[in-house]
Design a protein around this ligand. Sequence first.
Ligand SMILES: Nc1ncnc2c1ncn2[C@@H]1O[C@H](COP(=O)(O)OP(=O)(O)OP(=O)(O)O)[C@@H](O)[C@H]1O
Length: 666
Amino acid sequence: MTASLSQRQHVETILESLHRPGSQGDAAIIERSWRRCIDRYGLDPARPSPARYVPGATLREHQDQADDLLQVARAGVEQLYRQVAPLGYVVLLTDARGIAVQFLGAKADQREHQRTGLFLGADWSEAHAGTCAVGTCIQERTALTCHHSDHFSAHHIRLTCTAAPIFDPHGRLLAVLDISAYQSPATKDSQTFALQLVKYTAKMIEDAYFLQRYGDHPIVCLDRSREFVQINRRYLLALEEDGSLVAANTAGRKLLRHHELPLPEGGEARPFKAWNIQDLLDARVDEVMAIPRHSDDRVQAFHTRRHREIHFATLIEPPRRATGGATPSRDSSLAPLEALADDDPSMRDTLTRAARLRNEPINILVMGETGTGKERMARALHDSSRRRDQPFVAINCAAMPESLIESELFGHEAGSFTGARSQGMKGLIAQADGGTLFLDEIGDMPLQLQTRLLRVLAEQEVLPIGASRPIKVDLRVVAATHRDLRELIAAGRFREDLYYRLNGASLRLPPLRERADKGYLIRQIFAELNHERGGRARLRGDAISALLAYPWPGNIRELHNALRYALATGDGEEVVVGDLPEECLHGQLAHPGAGRPTTAVDDDARPPASAPRPLEQDLLYRALCRQQWNVSAVARELGLSRPTIYRRMKRLGIVPPNQQNPPTLS
Ligand SMILES: Nc1ncnc2c1ncn2[C@@H]1O[C@H](COP(=O)(O)OP(=O)(O)OP(=O)(O)O)[C@@H](O)[C@H]1O
């Protein structure tokens, strides 16, 4: 291939730069990198440098190592992508060695992304790719824009790339965040905002990682502005209870150096421990620990000890301290209710009410869309109540044939009707004596049975079919419905008096799409399913990210099915993004919104709960066709290793076209 004029000029510029005295600022960073490319890596700017990808299995190792960060970074990376995608940028997150472990870009341009290396698994280390935003950011440990001919390779000079480093709480490089575009104005100044945006997002990710890592320590946040200290949290310092320093974010480490409490870059935890917060701030440790109780705005001003500068401080307390020091004695019987949710506000309200009601002698009506966990709630109410050692009997009023429902519910005497059992039968209501009777889909109960049920609830006794004397029962009834019972009452299909009997109190469950604790539900359901299978599989961060990004409709059952499917198709050790049903993967690569199901999803269109084979086969087959049967590319796309793809092809009987037997002529 003959090099274009601009490529030849680029090569000449690089060669000339080797003989020039050193530049200043950004230009110096680029020139230092060019020198490394020639002197250290032996690269040639004119030689084509095709994108290099690590093999699928290696990519997975890199992703595994970055898993903690990937989980925290997800929201930040997606937010950045939403901001820059309309301007034609893609977003890459690489690890500290320059391997792209996360990628977001327009699906329509996937081929071009792959060709250029703006894709998952690409190697952007300087030693391979030459001067580039990611690789040079790794070497120089600073944010930078590598614009057009800043790139070493003449084949990258149409790109503009901006990258910022993400450090761990001890100053070691964790990852690099990059945005890249194929087209941009000629001047590098055009990327000034891009640089600020990427730096800002990298700091957000770094600080989110810091707060998660040291969530069990008191964390002091400092800022020069009282108004912004709660928002900016510019300097973060994690402490032990005695005030000794445990870790600091990048800005915090700079602050320590500025105040002559030096820390070696990339150092271990120990150097921090040499310092106490009292060495930085002119304050006693007990004053620092009491910051939240000092003033109305929970902010306190301190002088720094060395330079007498004013800094405003807030304190993030670890969970134990946030309760005022003493751990309240927790009622363990509430555990079944507490397990239903994490921090979703409306679930927390519902659970607080449920906890108060659990031992009250009133019936409870649970309302919510299909699959929002109404039966779960009924079960948890029972398990956390004093009735927990007595039976929990669940009846689905919609699923039972009308001809059977009466005898099933009320039982019958021996020989009371044709087909009755010779010894008679204890009805489900009587079986629930002492415990909880759960009436699911109560809105579907036939009117005639509603009348009999009303009598049972009013009298607390049940009269089996054909019996002359009623049996006393002690019942707590929990009924559930996804219908509007008031509408059914207005339509004459539900008895108003029964409604009031059942609705001693009501609990409403929010649909999954509104829940703020989806991550908790994902982990919880995965753990349960895994336990059922007797497995020890791990749900990897990329799969959690995809599940969180999917616009779930209201139904938790759908999430349950997706995880069951993924466990069935996974290799038994871990579930990765490629194991999820295909519909969950929409939006992973594409522009937000493109190709995503946005409306409520028909339950019948979901993957079957079991026997997922045909869908798995279809998923893999389509990926193979898309990648022209290049197994490495498929492995990269699905985030699986090549051996796993081969194993699955064998298991699913997928044969590449070039290995299929030609038809025999007879
Ligand atoms: N809090 C939860 N944690 C884990 N799994 C849950 C939770 N809530 C519901 N599920 C799961 O979601 C699925 C649907 O739950 P459940 O049957 O309780 O919903 P429902 O509202 O009674 O459904 P339906 O309206 O179809 O009767 C079940 O597989 C259940 O195990």
